[in-house]
Design a binder for this molecule. Structure first.
Ligand code: NAP
Ligand code: HSE
Length: 432
Protein backbone atom coordinates (compact mmCIF):
# COMPACT_ATOMS: atom_id res chain seq x y z
CA UNK A 1 0.00 0.00 0.00
CA UNK A 2 1.28 3.51 -0.84
CA UNK A 3 2.72 5.80 1.82
CA UNK A 4 0.05 8.39 2.58
CA UNK A 5 -2.71 5.91 1.81
CA UNK A 6 -1.99 3.86 4.90
CA UNK A 7 -0.27 4.25 8.22
CA UNK A 8 2.76 2.05 8.73
CA UNK A 9 3.34 0.54 12.14
CA UNK A 10 6.56 -0.89 13.51
CA UNK A 11 6.06 -3.07 16.56
CA UNK A 12 8.97 -3.56 18.95
CA UNK A 13 8.20 -6.69 20.97
CA UNK A 14 5.90 -9.62 20.30
CA UNK A 15 5.36 -11.02 23.78
CA UNK A 16 2.29 -10.86 26.03
CA UNK A 17 1.39 -7.30 24.95
CA UNK A 18 2.97 -7.19 21.48
CA UNK A 19 1.32 -10.49 20.50
CA UNK A 20 -2.05 -9.08 21.55
CA UNK A 21 -1.50 -5.82 19.66
CA UNK A 22 -0.51 -7.69 16.46
CA UNK A 23 -3.62 -9.85 16.79
CA UNK A 24 -5.98 -6.90 17.30
CA UNK A 25 -4.43 -5.05 14.32
CA UNK A 26 -5.03 -8.17 12.17
CA UNK A 27 -8.44 -9.25 13.51
CA UNK A 28 -9.96 -5.75 13.61
CA UNK A 29 -8.17 -4.27 10.58
CA UNK A 30 -11.36 -3.25 8.81
CA UNK A 31 -13.07 -1.66 11.83
CA UNK A 32 -9.89 0.19 12.81
CA UNK A 33 -9.36 1.46 9.26
CA UNK A 34 -12.96 2.67 9.21
CA UNK A 35 -12.58 4.54 12.48
CA UNK A 36 -9.16 5.98 11.73
CA UNK A 37 -10.22 6.89 8.21
CA UNK A 38 -7.06 5.20 6.90
CA UNK A 39 -5.78 1.59 7.00
CA UNK A 40 -3.19 0.66 9.63
CA UNK A 41 -0.53 -1.70 8.28
CA UNK A 42 1.82 -3.67 10.53
CA UNK A 43 5.06 -3.46 8.56
CA UNK A 44 7.70 -4.90 10.84
CA UNK A 45 8.04 -6.53 14.24
CA UNK A 46 11.23 -6.47 16.30
CA UNK A 47 12.03 -9.53 18.41
CA UNK A 48 15.13 -11.07 19.94
CA UNK A 49 14.71 -14.59 18.56
CA UNK A 50 13.40 -15.21 15.05
CA UNK A 51 12.86 -18.95 15.62
CA UNK A 52 10.45 -18.69 18.58
CA UNK A 53 6.86 -19.88 18.27
CA UNK A 54 4.59 -16.81 17.99
CA UNK A 55 0.96 -16.27 19.04
CA UNK A 56 0.07 -14.70 15.65
CA UNK A 57 0.99 -15.50 12.07
CA UNK A 58 2.80 -12.65 10.35
CA UNK A 59 3.76 -11.94 6.74
CA UNK A 60 7.06 -13.53 5.68
CA UNK A 61 9.99 -11.19 6.37
CA UNK A 62 7.98 -9.11 8.85
CA UNK A 63 10.02 -10.25 11.87
CA UNK A 64 13.34 -8.46 12.33
CA UNK A 65 16.04 -8.42 14.99
CA UNK A 66 17.63 -5.04 14.20
CA UNK A 67 15.90 -1.95 15.62
CA UNK A 68 17.22 0.13 12.69
CA UNK A 69 14.96 -1.81 10.33
CA UNK A 70 12.01 -0.13 12.06
CA UNK A 71 13.49 3.22 13.08
CA UNK A 72 14.96 3.91 9.65
CA UNK A 73 12.05 2.59 7.59
CA UNK A 74 10.42 5.59 5.86
CA UNK A 75 7.17 3.64 5.52
CA UNK A 76 6.79 3.37 9.29
CA UNK A 77 4.90 6.27 10.86
CA UNK A 78 4.23 4.88 14.35
CA UNK A 79 6.68 2.88 16.46
CA UNK A 80 4.98 0.80 19.15
CA UNK A 81 7.42 -0.13 21.91
CA UNK A 82 6.25 -3.13 23.94
CA UNK A 83 9.58 -4.76 24.74
CA UNK A 84 9.87 -3.70 28.36
CA UNK A 85 12.89 -2.77 30.50
CA UNK A 86 14.63 0.60 30.46
CA UNK A 87 17.37 -0.22 27.96
CA UNK A 88 17.48 -0.53 25.03
CA UNK A 89 13.78 0.46 24.93
CA UNK A 90 14.41 4.08 25.99
CA UNK A 91 17.14 4.46 23.35
CA UNK A 92 14.90 3.05 20.62
CA UNK A 93 12.09 5.43 21.64
CA UNK A 94 14.51 8.37 21.64
CA UNK A 95 15.90 7.45 18.18
CA UNK A 96 12.40 6.95 16.77
CA UNK A 97 11.26 10.39 18.01
CA UNK A 98 14.37 12.05 16.60
CA UNK A 99 13.68 10.32 13.26
CA UNK A 100 10.21 11.91 13.28
CA UNK A 101 8.22 8.79 14.20
CA UNK A 102 5.28 8.92 16.57
CA UNK A 103 5.72 6.52 19.47
CA UNK A 104 3.25 4.51 21.53
CA UNK A 105 4.65 2.66 24.53
CA UNK A 106 3.39 0.46 27.36
CA UNK A 107 6.67 0.83 29.20
CA UNK A 108 6.11 2.19 32.72
CA UNK A 109 9.79 1.93 33.65
CA UNK A 110 10.88 4.13 30.77
CA UNK A 111 8.03 6.60 31.26
CA UNK A 112 8.60 6.81 35.03
CA UNK A 113 12.35 7.32 34.69
CA UNK A 114 12.64 9.28 31.45
CA UNK A 115 9.09 10.29 30.54
CA UNK A 116 9.48 14.06 30.89
CA UNK A 117 12.62 14.18 28.73
CA UNK A 118 11.03 11.98 26.09
CA UNK A 119 7.81 14.01 26.03
CA UNK A 120 9.90 17.16 25.56
CA UNK A 121 11.84 15.46 22.78
CA UNK A 122 8.59 14.45 21.08
CA UNK A 123 7.33 18.03 21.25
CA UNK A 124 10.60 19.36 19.82
CA UNK A 125 10.28 16.99 16.87
CA UNK A 126 6.58 17.64 16.29
CA UNK A 127 5.56 14.04 17.00
CA UNK A 128 3.44 12.30 19.60
CA UNK A 129 4.46 10.06 22.49
CA UNK A 130 1.52 8.22 24.05
CA UNK A 131 1.66 5.84 27.01
CA UNK A 132 -1.87 4.91 28.08
CA UNK A 133 -0.99 1.22 28.62
CA UNK A 134 1.85 2.04 31.00
CA UNK A 135 -0.54 2.31 33.98
CA UNK A 136 -3.59 0.18 34.69
CA UNK A 137 -3.56 -2.07 31.60
CA UNK A 138 -6.92 -1.56 29.90
CA UNK A 139 -8.18 1.16 32.26
CA UNK A 140 -8.17 4.65 30.75
CA UNK A 141 -6.05 6.71 33.15
CA UNK A 142 -3.43 8.77 31.33
CA UNK A 143 -5.94 10.39 28.97
CA UNK A 144 -8.39 11.26 31.80
CA UNK A 145 -5.57 12.84 33.84
CA UNK A 146 -4.47 14.80 30.74
CA UNK A 147 -7.97 15.91 29.88
CA UNK A 148 -11.07 15.09 31.91
CA UNK A 149 -9.66 15.84 35.39
CA UNK A 150 -7.65 18.89 34.34
CA UNK A 151 -9.86 21.47 36.09
CA UNK A 152 -9.28 19.83 39.48
CA UNK A 153 -6.61 20.28 42.08
CA UNK A 154 -5.89 16.66 42.77
CA UNK A 155 -5.92 16.02 46.52
CA UNK A 156 -5.22 12.30 46.70
CA UNK A 157 -4.77 9.08 44.74
CA UNK A 158 -5.37 5.70 46.35
CA UNK A 159 -4.65 2.97 43.84
CA UNK A 160 -4.36 -0.76 43.37
CA UNK A 161 -2.14 -0.70 40.28
CA UNK A 162 -0.33 -3.99 40.27
CA UNK A 163 -2.41 -6.90 39.04
CA UNK A 164 0.10 -9.57 40.06
CA UNK A 165 0.26 -8.57 43.72
CA UNK A 166 -3.48 -7.98 43.89
CA UNK A 167 -3.99 -11.46 42.44
CA UNK A 168 -1.53 -12.93 44.97
CA UNK A 169 -3.08 -11.08 47.93
CA UNK A 170 -6.57 -12.17 46.87
CA UNK A 171 -5.51 -15.80 46.52
CA UNK A 172 -3.79 -15.68 49.92
CA UNK A 173 -6.78 -14.02 51.62
CA UNK A 174 -9.62 -15.92 49.98
CA UNK A 175 -8.11 -19.09 48.50
CA UNK A 176 -5.75 -19.96 51.36
CA UNK A 177 -2.87 -20.27 48.86
CA UNK A 178 0.66 -19.68 50.02
CA UNK A 179 2.70 -16.90 48.43
CA UNK A 180 4.70 -19.00 45.95
CA UNK A 181 1.69 -20.96 44.63
CA UNK A 182 -0.24 -17.72 44.10
CA UNK A 183 2.75 -16.13 42.31
CA UNK A 184 3.12 -19.17 40.05
CA UNK A 185 -0.55 -18.87 39.05
CA UNK A 186 -0.12 -15.15 38.31
CA UNK A 187 2.85 -15.93 36.05
CA UNK A 188 0.98 -18.70 34.22
CA UNK A 189 -1.83 -16.25 33.53
CA UNK A 190 0.62 -13.70 32.05
CA UNK A 191 0.06 -11.06 34.74
CA UNK A 192 3.52 -11.10 36.31
CA UNK A 193 6.54 -9.67 34.56
CA UNK A 194 9.26 -12.14 33.48
CA UNK A 195 11.13 -11.10 36.64
CA UNK A 196 8.35 -10.92 39.24
CA UNK A 197 10.50 -9.17 41.86
CA UNK A 198 9.48 -5.76 40.46
CA UNK A 199 5.82 -6.71 41.04
CA UNK A 200 6.29 -8.36 44.42
CA UNK A 201 8.63 -5.73 45.86
CA UNK A 202 6.36 -2.88 44.77
CA UNK A 203 8.63 -1.30 42.10
CA UNK A 204 6.12 -1.85 39.29
CA UNK A 205 3.48 0.02 41.32
CA UNK A 206 6.05 2.70 42.23
CA UNK A 207 6.79 3.33 38.52
CA UNK A 208 3.07 3.63 37.84
CA UNK A 209 2.51 5.92 40.82
CA UNK A 210 5.40 8.15 39.70
CA UNK A 211 3.69 8.49 36.29
CA UNK A 212 0.27 9.26 37.79
CA UNK A 213 1.59 11.62 40.47
CA UNK A 214 3.58 13.56 37.86
CA UNK A 215 0.38 14.06 35.87
CA UNK A 216 -1.80 14.72 38.91
CA UNK A 217 0.42 17.17 40.81
CA UNK A 218 2.26 18.60 37.79
CA UNK A 219 5.66 18.14 39.35
CA UNK A 220 8.31 15.66 38.31
CA UNK A 221 7.95 12.61 40.55
CA UNK A 222 10.77 10.14 39.99
CA UNK A 223 10.60 6.46 40.95
CA UNK A 224 13.20 7.04 43.68
CA UNK A 225 10.88 9.64 45.26
CA UNK A 226 8.31 6.92 45.92
CA UNK A 227 8.67 5.05 49.22
CA UNK A 228 8.33 1.41 48.26
CA UNK A 229 7.66 -1.72 50.30
CA UNK A 230 6.53 -5.07 48.84
CA UNK A 231 4.22 -7.82 50.00
CA UNK A 232 6.71 -10.52 50.92
CA UNK A 233 6.60 -9.78 54.70
CA UNK A 234 2.89 -10.62 54.95
CA UNK A 235 1.97 -13.89 56.60
CA UNK A 236 -1.26 -15.91 56.57
CA UNK A 237 -2.03 -14.75 60.13
CA UNK A 238 -1.95 -11.08 59.05
CA UNK A 239 -4.85 -11.83 56.67
CA UNK A 240 -6.75 -13.61 59.46
CA UNK A 241 -6.27 -10.77 61.94
CA UNK A 242 -7.13 -8.17 59.29
CA UNK A 243 -10.38 -10.02 58.62
CA UNK A 244 -11.19 -10.23 62.34
CA UNK A 245 -10.60 -6.50 62.69
CA UNK A 246 -12.80 -5.67 59.68
CA UNK A 247 -10.01 -4.92 57.20
CA UNK A 248 -8.47 -6.34 54.03
CA UNK A 249 -4.82 -6.02 53.00
CA UNK A 250 -3.98 -4.42 49.65
CA UNK A 251 -0.76 -3.18 48.09
CA UNK A 252 -1.81 0.43 47.88
CA UNK A 253 -0.12 3.18 45.88
CA UNK A 254 -0.87 6.43 47.67
CA UNK A 255 -0.20 10.02 46.64
CA UNK A 256 -1.43 12.99 48.65
CA UNK A 257 -0.87 16.63 47.89
CA UNK A 258 -0.79 19.76 50.01
CA UNK A 259 0.12 23.34 49.03
CA UNK A 260 3.82 22.82 49.56
CA UNK A 261 4.53 19.08 49.49
CA UNK A 262 3.33 15.71 48.29
CA UNK A 263 3.68 12.23 49.75
CA UNK A 264 4.10 9.24 47.45
CA UNK A 265 4.26 5.73 48.82
CA UNK A 266 3.59 2.10 47.92
CA UNK A 267 3.18 -0.46 50.69
CA UNK A 268 0.84 -3.16 51.99
CA UNK A 269 -2.05 -1.38 53.63
CA UNK A 270 -4.98 -2.31 55.86
CA UNK A 271 -8.15 -0.79 54.41
CA UNK A 272 -11.68 -1.16 55.83
CA UNK A 273 -13.42 -4.12 54.22
CA UNK A 274 -16.55 -2.09 53.40
CA UNK A 275 -14.96 0.50 51.07
CA UNK A 276 -14.93 0.08 47.30
CA UNK A 277 -11.18 -0.44 46.97
CA UNK A 278 -11.43 -3.38 49.37
CA UNK A 279 -13.64 -5.19 46.86
CA UNK A 280 -11.11 -4.94 44.04
CA UNK A 281 -9.87 -8.51 43.76
CA UNK A 282 -7.74 -10.72 41.53
CA UNK A 283 -5.95 -9.05 38.64
CA UNK A 284 -8.32 -6.11 38.72
CA UNK A 285 -6.91 -2.65 39.35
CA UNK A 286 -8.66 0.43 40.68
CA UNK A 287 -7.53 4.02 40.97
CA UNK A 288 -9.46 6.33 43.25
CA UNK A 289 -8.76 9.99 42.53
CA UNK A 290 -9.95 12.79 44.74
CA UNK A 291 -10.17 16.27 43.25
CA UNK A 292 -11.32 19.56 44.71
CA UNK A 293 -14.15 19.86 42.16
CA UNK A 294 -15.19 16.31 41.30
CA UNK A 295 -14.83 14.70 44.75
CA UNK A 296 -13.90 11.01 44.57
CA UNK A 297 -13.88 9.14 41.25
CA UNK A 298 -12.87 5.50 40.82
CA UNK A 299 -11.41 3.96 37.65
CA UNK A 300 -11.73 0.19 37.73
CA UNK A 301 -10.84 -2.63 35.35
CA UNK A 302 -8.33 -5.27 34.27
CA UNK A 303 -4.88 -3.93 34.96
CA UNK A 304 -2.77 -6.46 33.09
CA UNK A 305 -2.83 -9.24 30.50
CA UNK A 306 -2.83 -9.47 26.73
CA UNK A 307 -6.29 -8.21 25.78
CA UNK A 308 -6.79 -5.31 28.22
CA UNK A 309 -3.29 -3.97 27.59
CA UNK A 310 -3.69 -4.29 23.81
CA UNK A 311 -6.90 -2.30 24.12
CA UNK A 312 -4.97 0.65 25.57
CA UNK A 313 -2.06 0.36 23.11
CA UNK A 314 -4.36 0.19 20.10
CA UNK A 315 -6.38 3.16 21.41
CA UNK A 316 -3.15 5.20 21.44
CA UNK A 317 -2.28 4.00 17.92
CA UNK A 318 -5.74 5.07 16.77
CA UNK A 319 -5.43 8.51 18.39
CA UNK A 320 -2.11 9.07 16.61
CA UNK A 321 -3.48 7.71 13.32
CA UNK A 322 -6.48 10.03 13.45
CA UNK A 323 -4.18 12.98 14.08
CA UNK A 324 -1.87 11.97 11.21
CA UNK A 325 -4.86 11.72 8.86
CA UNK A 326 -6.08 15.15 9.95
CA UNK A 327 -2.59 16.57 9.57
CA UNK A 328 -2.55 17.56 13.23
CA UNK A 329 -0.10 16.72 15.96
CA UNK A 330 -1.76 17.07 19.30
CA UNK A 331 0.42 15.32 21.81
CA UNK A 332 -1.11 16.29 25.14
CA UNK A 333 1.27 18.70 26.85
CA UNK A 334 2.49 18.28 30.39
CA UNK A 335 2.86 21.73 31.86
CA UNK A 336 4.69 21.52 35.18
CA UNK A 337 3.38 23.68 38.04
CA UNK A 338 4.88 25.10 41.21
CA UNK A 339 7.74 23.20 42.80
CA UNK A 340 6.69 21.06 45.78
CA UNK A 341 8.85 18.97 48.05
CA UNK A 342 8.45 15.25 48.49
CA UNK A 343 7.52 14.56 52.10
CA UNK A 344 9.86 12.31 54.03
CA UNK A 345 8.26 9.01 54.97
CA UNK A 346 9.08 9.80 58.62
CA UNK A 347 6.67 12.76 58.45
CA UNK A 348 3.60 10.91 57.21
CA UNK A 349 0.77 10.37 59.65
CA UNK A 350 -1.44 7.32 59.61
CA UNK A 351 -2.71 4.46 61.77
CA UNK A 352 -0.71 1.26 62.30
CA UNK A 353 -1.30 -2.46 62.79
CA UNK A 354 1.43 -4.04 64.91
CA UNK A 355 1.95 -7.77 65.46
CA UNK A 356 4.32 -8.72 68.27
CA UNK A 357 5.48 -12.03 69.65
CA UNK A 358 5.76 -11.59 73.43
CA UNK A 359 6.29 -13.52 76.65
CA UNK A 360 2.91 -14.79 77.88
CA UNK A 361 3.12 -13.35 81.40
CA UNK A 362 1.56 -10.60 83.45
CA UNK A 363 2.63 -6.98 83.04
CA UNK A 364 3.74 -7.36 79.41
CA UNK A 365 0.94 -5.27 77.99
CA UNK A 366 1.65 -2.50 80.49
CA UNK A 367 5.30 -2.34 79.43
CA UNK A 368 4.43 -2.19 75.75
CA UNK A 369 1.70 0.41 76.13
CA UNK A 370 4.08 2.55 78.23
CA UNK A 371 6.76 2.39 75.51
CA UNK A 372 4.19 3.38 72.90
CA UNK A 373 2.70 6.08 75.13
CA UNK A 374 6.17 7.55 75.77
CA UNK A 375 6.38 8.17 72.01
CA UNK A 376 2.91 9.71 71.98
CA UNK A 377 1.29 6.75 70.27
CA UNK A 378 -2.20 6.02 71.38
CA UNK A 379 -3.58 2.46 71.15
CA UNK A 380 -7.07 2.01 69.70
CA UNK A 381 -7.36 -1.75 70.28
CA UNK A 382 -5.36 -4.75 71.45
CA UNK A 383 -6.03 -8.42 70.95
CA UNK A 384 -4.01 -11.26 72.38
CA UNK A 385 -3.82 -14.12 69.88
CA UNK A 386 -2.55 -17.65 69.60
CA UNK A 387 -0.67 -18.32 72.80
CA UNK A 388 2.01 -20.99 72.51
CA UNK A 389 2.01 -22.78 75.88
CA UNK A 390 5.21 -24.71 75.08
CA UNK A 391 7.23 -21.57 74.28
CA UNK A 392 5.24 -19.53 76.83
CA UNK A 393 4.69 -16.83 74.22
CA UNK A 394 1.65 -15.09 72.81
CA UNK A 395 0.91 -12.98 69.77
CA UNK A 396 -0.24 -9.41 70.41
CA UNK A 397 -2.09 -7.51 67.76
CA UNK A 398 -2.26 -3.75 68.33
CA UNK A 399 -4.08 -1.10 66.30
CA UNK A 400 -3.00 2.48 66.93
CA UNK A 401 -4.71 5.82 66.50
CA UNK A 402 -3.11 8.14 63.90
CA UNK A 403 0.56 8.66 64.67
CA UNK A 404 3.67 10.05 62.99
CA UNK A 405 5.82 7.42 61.29
CA UNK A 406 8.89 8.89 63.02
CA UNK A 407 7.30 8.24 66.43
CA UNK A 408 6.21 4.73 65.46
CA UNK A 409 9.70 3.79 64.24
CA UNK A 410 11.21 5.12 67.47
CA UNK A 411 8.63 3.33 69.61
CA UNK A 412 9.18 0.05 67.78
CA UNK A 413 12.89 0.30 68.43
CA UNK A 414 12.22 0.75 72.14
CA UNK A 415 9.55 -1.98 72.23
CA UNK A 416 11.97 -4.33 70.45
CA UNK A 417 14.48 -3.88 73.28
CA UNK A 418 12.06 -4.95 76.01
CA UNK A 419 13.12 -8.43 77.27
CA UNK A 420 9.48 -9.56 77.22
CA UNK A 421 9.23 -8.86 73.46
CA UNK A 422 10.56 -11.82 71.46
CA UNK A 423 9.95 -10.31 68.03
CA UNK A 424 8.26 -7.42 66.26
CA UNK A 425 6.70 -9.72 63.70
CA UNK A 426 5.08 -7.15 61.42
CA UNK A 427 3.79 -3.64 61.15
CA UNK A 428 1.41 -2.49 58.44
CA UNK A 429 0.06 0.99 57.77
CA UNK A 430 -3.69 1.53 57.86
CA UNK A 431 -5.66 3.91 55.61
CA UNK A 432 -9.26 4.86 56.12
P1 NAP B 1 7.21 -9.92 27.22
O1 NAP B 1 6.10 -10.87 27.15
O2 NAP B 1 8.45 -10.30 27.94
O3 NAP B 1 7.61 -9.56 25.69
C1 NAP B 1 8.71 -8.78 25.37
C2 NAP B 1 8.92 -8.84 23.87
O4 NAP B 1 9.94 -7.92 23.52
C3 NAP B 1 9.36 -10.20 23.35
O5 NAP B 1 8.74 -10.46 22.11
C4 NAP B 1 10.87 -10.03 23.15
O6 NAP B 1 11.39 -10.78 22.06
C5 NAP B 1 10.98 -8.57 22.80
N1 NAP B 1 12.22 -7.98 23.27
C6 NAP B 1 12.62 -7.77 24.52
N2 NAP B 1 13.85 -7.21 24.56
C7 NAP B 1 14.22 -7.07 23.28
C8 NAP B 1 15.38 -6.55 22.65
N3 NAP B 1 16.42 -6.08 23.34
N4 NAP B 1 15.44 -6.56 21.29
C9 NAP B 1 14.42 -7.04 20.58
N5 NAP B 1 13.27 -7.54 21.11
C10 NAP B 1 13.19 -7.55 22.45
O7 NAP B 1 6.76 -8.53 27.83
P2 NAP B 1 5.25 -7.99 27.97
O8 NAP B 1 4.62 -8.59 29.16
O9 NAP B 1 4.57 -8.09 26.65
O10 NAP B 1 5.52 -6.46 28.35
C11 NAP B 1 5.89 -5.52 27.38
C12 NAP B 1 5.79 -4.11 27.97
O11 NAP B 1 4.44 -3.84 28.31
C13 NAP B 1 6.57 -3.89 29.25
O12 NAP B 1 7.05 -2.57 29.28
C14 NAP B 1 5.53 -4.08 30.34
O13 NAP B 1 5.85 -3.40 31.53
C15 NAP B 1 4.33 -3.46 29.69
N6 NAP B 1 3.04 -3.94 30.19
C16 NAP B 1 2.82 -5.26 30.31
C17 NAP B 1 1.57 -5.69 30.74
C18 NAP B 1 1.26 -7.17 30.90
O14 NAP B 1 0.15 -7.49 31.33
N7 NAP B 1 2.17 -8.08 30.54
C19 NAP B 1 0.57 -4.76 31.04
C20 NAP B 1 0.84 -3.40 30.89
C21 NAP B 1 2.10 -3.00 30.46
P3 NAP B 1 11.41 -12.41 22.06
O15 NAP B 1 9.96 -12.79 21.97
O16 NAP B 1 12.16 -12.79 20.85
O17 NAP B 1 12.04 -12.81 23.34
N1 HSE C 1 3.07 -6.88 36.03
C1 HSE C 1 2.13 -5.84 35.89
C2 HSE C 1 0.99 -6.07 36.89
C3 HSE C 1 1.61 -5.80 34.50
O1 HSE C 1 0.96 -7.14 37.49
O2 HSE C 1 0.16 -5.20 37.09
C4 HSE C 1 0.84 -4.58 34.20
O3 HSE C 1 1.64 -3.45 34.17
Amino acid sequence: MDKGKSIGIGLMGLGVVGGGVAKVLADKAEILAGQAGIPLVLKRVLVRELGKQRPVSLKLGCLVTESGEIINDPEIDIVVEVMGGEYPAAEYIREALIRGKHVVTANKEVMAKQGLELLTLAEEHGVELRYEASVGGGIPLIAPFQQDLIANNILAIHAIINGTTNYILTQMAQGGLDFSAALEQAQELGYAEADPSNDVEGMDAAYKLAILATLAFRIQVKPEDVYCEGISRLKACDFRYAHELGYVIKLLAIAKGSDSSIEVRVHPTFIPENIMLAKVDGVYNAVQVEGDLMGKVIFYGEGAGTSPTSSAVVADIMAVAQNIRRGATSSPRLQLGEVKTIKSMLDIETRYYLRLNVADQSGVLAQISKALGDCDISISSVIQKEADPMAKTAELVIMTHPARERAVQQALEEVGQLPVVKEISNFVRVEV
